[in-house]
Design a binder for this molecule. Sequence first.
Ligand code: C2O
Ligand code: CU
Ligand code: CU
Length: 422
Amino acid sequence: TVEDGVRVFELTAAAGSTGIVPEGQTPTLGYNGSYLGPTLVAERGEIVRVDVDNQLPDTTTVHWHGMHLPAAMDGGPHNPIAPGETWSPEWMVDQPAATLWYHPHLHGITREQVDAGLAGMFLVRDDVEASLPLPHEYGVDDIPVIVQDRSFDAEGAFTGELGQFDGVLGDTILVNGTASPYLDVTTERVRLRLLNGSSARMYEFAFDDGRPFDLIATDGGLLEAPVESESIPLSPGERAEIVVTMSPGERAVLRSLAPDADLNAGSSSFDVMELRAASALDPSLELPERLADIPEPDASTADGERTFELSGHNINDRQMDMGRVDEVVTVDTSEVWRVRNDNPLPHSFHVHDTQFRVLSIDGQAPPARLAGYKDTIALEWNREYRLLVRFEDYADPTTPYMYHCHLLWHEDQGMMGQFLVV
Ligand code: C2O
Ligand code: CU
Ligand code: CU
């Protein structure tokens, strides 16, 4: 609803249960329902408010992952919502059209709450994206695809052991909370908004028949041009929008090829979702040759440089301390952040509030799939990622934003730091 020029959303977090597997009902957490939450959609330039009502027995927070907004609205560990309380952050959406998402961020129990079902998508739309000949019809040819891995016990409850290094890896893939999912395709082209909503598993999405698809957007929005691809890797928290072309009556299976079997326990390749095309498909427009103006990232605009070494469950040899500010940056400046994963273990790097650009990986220009706006990036072992990070608009001398590994168990273990924008 829109009240006095403010678009208002309501989210109620509560415990429930739902049938996911034949073994029985699964006790879950969800927003406005038993598992996951509604897709929130806002236009660039709109002021939004979300009334988050916590009906859980525990404290929670809701973080708007990928959103540019004031630190006090960010929903990190400093914005707890006690049981029975409502939190109403309000901000202006001012960033390019993108697939963002929301999830809890209470320090130490983020993995537990996300894995129980607290997550949802937040789509930003804008005029640039709306004017392009892309599939736009939500639920018809523009489809949210939240991919999670879970395990179930004999009664249907979620189960899973915390692994030594990664956290919990499940043996059952869910898409939008559904096991063995399929999608009835009614148009020639379908746009899949892929979100790796898993807490630890890395995916390499590809089709079973090797068919190419077009990668059109990553975390922070559209790429400069569609990138024809046969696979796309996504670490926890990352998003990719792909457009796949189908022929009448055919079936195609979206699969995951494990990026590196040693770093991800479990089977090396598995089905994610089947696409089932109708015997007659509505025509779709040709994809445009250009999507958006993405300026070349220019490191000479940076005011400073910082280094982040991820090792074990530490960043720069430290663990998260809610009472310690690790970095202080200046509003309306850019910096080069040099990030390195010192372990042969899977880690990623996520920065709140901002969409960064990848300047280089070990001195080389990034691949096309990493050339757009990003807020989360998988870190291959022992490579130097140089990121151009911009901090705009919102200064706050007291409330920090977070940067962290987005493998949620690592984050919970303290692989996170805090920065102030002043
Ligand atoms: Cu998606 Cu700090 O999180
Ligand atoms: Cu975030
Ligand atoms: Cu990690």
